[in-house]
Design a protein around this ligand. Structure first.
Ligand code: GLA
Length: 380
């Protein structure tokens, strides 16, 4: 893909480009906890978006999306808040300009191997990759963390998804064979080796596309904020669900309307599971890792209601397969992929069983990908 992107650039533009790459991510556990100032445990994967980029002298931002074979050019970076691929790039320029930097125009070709709309953060890969490249090419002086925050703002202001910081952080700070344990309140993080001997982590793509902006994502976020508002009426120094204890949540549960309590309960439990997962991984305890994956899925599906019929089915099928110790939805939800921890010797029988049973129910052939944990955004 890198060579294809480079060749396409040379065909379209007359200059010689610099090459960058930016990965997708999986999340082992800690779903929807990031915007509640909780804990997450993601990792960058070896599926990337590749960029060929060079400054130009025509004053226009010229973008070519290789996978879509679409060319677009812009004299100015004005755009409406919408989930269009060019808005991820224009949004980056716009956020950089807001900090007072002058961003000269560039030619860009990008193309990648991250399945779009599958919960693997192709959008964060796009924002972070472009932001990183501009920062390098024009020596803008942003730190990696500043690029992460700026890319998150692109989602809020140019796309309309009020996402947390996990995806951009994982994409930018990913390290080969390591998972990132991130505290989304302090932004302190630890990298530790992915170490589950004898097991394979498999991504199963349900083929159901999610759309975070048009989905319930922003609704979930508001429901969590409602819970915080209620508890903070009774207790001081409550800014997020992170500041709320289990006892406080139970004490004020009766004041919460609709699904608020249920959403908050899930977030508190999920934070706890992230801590337990950290320990299980450090101990190389595959059984416990698996138990936590199943428990997290049940929370996402029943309490947070951020799964879908097809994904629930995938997890149920996984549960019935020999050699599987755990499985759950990964990413924002409402479609996309599951991650499943399977004994290495059982991978073939698992994929066969999953393919036939899932197809019978949903008429979709799932696709599988072994998770290879890779490095974060970088120049090649
Ligand atoms: C999306 C968002 C992240 C995070 C996850 C759910 O991927 O971009 O910030 O909230 O959903 O864990």
């Amino acid at each position: 893909m890198l060579q294809e992107v480079r060749t396409e650039f040379l065909k379209l533009f007359s200059s010689s480009p610099r090459l960058f790459c930016s990965p997708g991510r999986i999340n082992i556990i800690g779903e929807h906890t990031d915007y509640n100032e909780g804990f997450v445990l993601p990792a960058a994967i070896e599926k990337n978006i590749y960029f060929a980029i060079a400054p130009n002298t025509c004053g226009k931002f010229r973008f070519y999306a290789y996978n879509l074979q679409e060319f677009k050019e812009f004299d100015s970076i004005k755009h409406q808040k919408k989930q269009l691929w060019e808005n991820y790039l224009l949004g980056v320029v716009s956020q950089m300009q807001k900090t007072g930097k002058m961003i000269p125009s560039v030619d860009v070709v990008f193309g990648g191997t991250i399945p779009w709309g599958s919960g693997l953060s192709s959008s964060a890969a796009l924002e972070c990759g472009f932001a990183y490249a501009l920062n390098e090419i024009f020596s803008l002086g942003f730190s990696k963390l500043e690029l992460v925050k700026l890319s998150q703002l692109v989602e809020h202001e140019s796309i309309g998804v009020n996402c947390g910081i996990m995806d951009q952080f994982a994409v930018m700070f990913g390290k080969k064979n390591h998972v990132i344990q991130l505290d989304c309140k302090s932004l302190d993080y630890n990298l530790f080796p992915w170490n589950v001997e004898g097991y394979t982590l498999l991504l199963c793509n349900s083929g159901v596309k999610h759309s975070l902006a048009s989905s319930e994502y922003n609704v979930r976020r508001r429901e969590c904020e409602d819970g915080v508002t209620i508890v903070s009426r009774h207790a001081e120094s409550i800014h997020s669900l992170r500041d709320i204890s289990s006892e406080q949540l139970e004490r004020y549960a009766s004041e919460m309307q609709g699904k608020t309590y249920q959403r908050c309960r899930y977030i508190l439990d999920e934070n706890e599971r992230v801590q337990q997962m950290g320990k299980a991984l450090l101990n190389g305890d595959a059984k416990q890792v698996g138990t936590l994956l199943f428990a997290a899925h049940t929370g996402m599906s029943c309490e947070y209601e951020a799964s879908c019929v097809e994904i629930d089915e995938m997890v149920d099928i996984a549960r019935s397969c020999d050699g599987v110790v755990g499985s759950r939805i990964t990413g924002g939800g409402f479609g996309g992929c599951t991650i499943t921890l399977v004994e290495r010797d059982a991978v073939d029988s698992f994929t066969k069983q999953m393919t036939s049973q899932y197809y019978v129910k949903h008429n979709i052939s799932p696709s599988f990908m072994e998770v290879v944990i890779g490095d974060g955004t970088r120049e090649l």
